[in-house]
Design a protein around this ligand. Structure first.
Ligand code: SAH
Length: 351
């Protein structure tokens, strides 16, 4: 058992087996989830022998804080974590109004290898465990404690393809929405996927009601295949059908992400085609200006071009939002979370 993804019931069983009173699980949960104290030796209402027992039994936290980098405006903070096996992953905290949104990673590296995305450039190493996903939130809550703030929203838009690590992602979400832990609302949790049909269908039946976002990025199968290798496996129509089924069942809104890349998908004719593809569907298109990453030499379209694309979609009555990408100066914008080797990166922000 790993402590950060154990339910209170699991912990009660463990305590009982060790000869302790099950109610002590309430105290331990209070330390971890309310007081945000992760050091057993500081859990002052626990007996010494139990603290030692906990220390022996659990490696907690599993992910260790390495450093943060903050963007100039202070709205975006990127966190680097070291995992038990020495691998490094990142999360991003975005402060916007009252919202404290964390962009979490679900894998070390990524198998999808989308042409425009930094996360898959070095390939795929492994899935993150349920606890490693949960702990990104717990650790950022600890960081936010000094500001008297806490994580309000979670988006699975960090490194990795969340639906390729399905069980751990769903397990982590179930843990985080548990009233005994952080009691987060599923409405404030969003999964972003490259589009894995059977997993979208499976998610629909989980009874979870989280928001689902599809990285569509193209108005047809042909263009999509050029930039997203997974498109060879799943047809665009089948993915859109699965998304529709998801929204019908869960009543959650559907968002289609569309990165505008010059020379690939950013012409007004593509906007027309996209409008035809999504006609009659209940959805929003989120336009994201492409963030240039190393190794993919396509530019971001001009502001005028992006506006022309947006205006054409609006003329065709497709609801559009435009994502202004924050955190570019610290490589924390969409698709910029890449694998790191130790020692790389920017100066350490003292924590
Ligand atoms: N694998 C998931 C989630 C990770 S990426 C997915 O494919 O959705 C999160 C979002 O950032 C996706 O919409 C992704 O396509 C987008 N993204 C990746 N690289 C980008 C880039 N260079 N510029 C802008 N957005 C990018």
């Amino acid at each position: 058992m790993e402590l950060s993804s154990a339910s209170k019931e699991d912990l009660k069983v463990w305590l009982k087996e060790k000869g302790y009173k099950p109610f002590i699980a309430d105290q331990i949960f209070d330390w971890i989830y309310v007081k945000k104290e992760f050091d057993f030796s500081k859990m002052s209402n626990l007996k010494n022998d139990l603290r030692e027992e906990l220390e022996k039994a659990f490696q907690f936290p599993l992910i260790k804080f390495v450093k943060t980098e903050e963007c100039k405006t202070g709205e975006v903070t990127k966190f680097l974590w070291k995992l038990g096996d020495g691998k490094l992953v990142e999360s991003v905290l975005i402060r916007s109004g009252d919202r404290r949104t964390v962009c979490v990673s679900s894998q070390v590296g990524c198998n999808a290898r989308c042409a425009f995305c930094a996360s898959g450039k070095e390939g795929f190493f492994r899935n993150l465990s349920k606890s490693e996903i949960v702990e990104q939130i717990l650790q950022i809550n600890l960081y936010l404690k000094k500001f008297d703030e806490r994580v309000s929203h979670i988006v699975f838009m960090g490194m990795g393809e969340p639906l390729e690590n399905y069980d751990n992602v769903v397990g982590a979400i179930r843990h985080l929405i548990d009233p005994e832990t952080l009691d987060l609302s599923p409405r404030k949790i969003t999964i972003s996927t490259v589009g894995i049909v059977d997993r979208i269908e499976q998610l629909k039946d989980e009874g979870l009601k989280v928001n689902l976002v599809l990285s569509l990025h193209a108005p047809n199968q042909h263009v999509r295949k050029k930039i997203i290798p997974y498109a060879r496996k799943y047809d665009i129509e089948d993915i859109l059908n699965a998304m529709e089924n998801y929204t019908k069942r869960t009543k959650r809104d559907i968002t289609y992400e569309y990165i505008l890349i010059e020379g690939v998908n950013a012409e007004v004719k593509h906007a027309d085609e996209l409008a035809r593809l999504l006609k009659g569907k209940q959805c929003t298109v989120n336009l994201i200006p492409y963030n240039p990453v190393d190794g993919f030499r396509m530019p971001r379209p001009s502001k005028e071009k992006i506006e022309a694309f947006r205006d054409r979609l609006q003329e065709k009555k497709i609801p559009v939002t435009w994502r202004y990408t924050k955190g570019k100066d610290i490589a924390a914008a969409c698709g910029q979370l890449a694998l790191k080797k130790e020692g790389e990166g920017l100066p350490i922000y003292s924590n």
